[in-house]
Design a protein around this ligand. Structure first.
Ligand SMILES: *[C@@H]1O[C@H](CO)[C@@H](O)[C@H](O)[C@H]1NC(C)=O
Ligand SMILES: *[C@@H]1O[C@H](CO)[C@@H](O)[C@H](O)[C@H]1NC(C)=O
Ligand SMILES: *[C@@H]1O[C@H](CO)[C@@H](O)[C@H](O)[C@H]1NC(C)=O
Ligand SMILES: *[C@@H]1O[C@H](CO)[C@@H](O)[C@H](O)[C@H]1NC(C)=O
Ligand SMILES: [Cu+2]
Length: 224
């Protein structure tokens, strides 16, 4: 009985955080202000120090509190780059499952010409509840000797999976405005309708915080 209640409490607390950024070190976290572009209400760079981050083979560790999320990662170069998150370093993915999720093999595009010791800010962007965006940022310094987190931090929880999603739309619903140049009118329109279908599917999931906890409580009630 006691164990059951503890389990429910743990489940509820995981479900109540939209998502948290575990690595690199987040600039700040306010659950209620995660919807505020560009950094969940933490607008000044460097206040929590900077995490050394490599130019290739980087890792970004999250804890997911929605059972389904759209995720994208962008970067802005500079000491306090404001909202200039103009470069994608992880194209949009559709992620499923609660708890630890760690993106690996992150490379900084060579077109940015970044150099050792240069500063930048990483923005992890997910869809909201279910629309709009949720934002966590981390301030970094490029370092070829950066150490990545341990496997207890950078890991995928059991059952956590991800697949590529449409690159036409940021998870916050804003069109990316980039054209690949080879997209014909036909493929562009089928891409748009695929995105619309996907967004509808996300809405229809209805497995938001309240639903999750209720579903969990219902399952436990059956057990009890
Ligand atoms: C959504 O996020 C992208 C990437 O940071 C940004 O360019 C865009 O302005 C955001 N849209 C809104 C409505 O905040
Ligand atoms: C990177 O360097 C190339 C060659 O010098 C230059 O043309 C380009 O504008 C630079 N890109 C940035 C983002 O500074
Ligand atoms: C990067 O930021 C740190 C402090 O956050 C600062 O001491 C350093 O000078 C910055 N590096 C560059 C290249 O501006
Ligand atoms: C977690 O899953 C994603 C998507 O399948 C994968 O790219 C990544 O490498 C996995 N992370 C770890 C630490 O295995
Ligand atoms: Cu949420």
């Amino acid at each position: 009985m006691k164990t059951t209640i503890t389990t429910l409490a743990a489940f509820a607390s995981i479900a109540s955080a939209h998502f948290t950024l575990e690595f690199p070190t987040v600039r700040g976290f306010d659950e209620d202000k995660l919807t505020q572009f560009p950094c969940g209400s933490f607008d000044t760079a460097g206040v929590k120090g900077r995490t050394p981050f490599p130019m290739t083979g980087g890792e970004i560790a999250l804890t997911m509190g929605h059972d389904q999320s759209q995720i994208e990662v962008l970067i802005a170069i500079g000491n306090d780059p404001g909202s200039a998150f103009n470069t994608v370093i992880k194209s949009p993915i559709s992620q499923t499952g609660l708890g630890a999720f760690c993106m690996t093999g992150i490379s900084i595009p060579s077109t940015l010409n970044v150099t050792e010791g240069q500063n930048a800010t990483i923005q992890v962007l997910t869809n909201g509840d279910p629309t709009g965006g949720l934002y966590n940022c981390a301030d970094i310094t490029f370092s070829s000797t950066a150490t990545m987190p341990s496997t207890s931090v950078c890991r995928n929880n059991t059952g956590v999976t991800a697949v590529a999603a449409s690159a036409d739309t940021h998870p916050n619903g804003t069109a990316t405005g980039t054209t690949t140049g080879d997209a014909s009118a036909t493929s562009a329109s089928s891409g748009a309708s695929a995105t619309a279908t996907k967004n509808a599917a996300v809405r229809n999931l209805g497995a938001e915080v309240g639903g999750l906890v209720l579903a969990g409580a219902a399952a436990l009630a059956i057990v009890l």
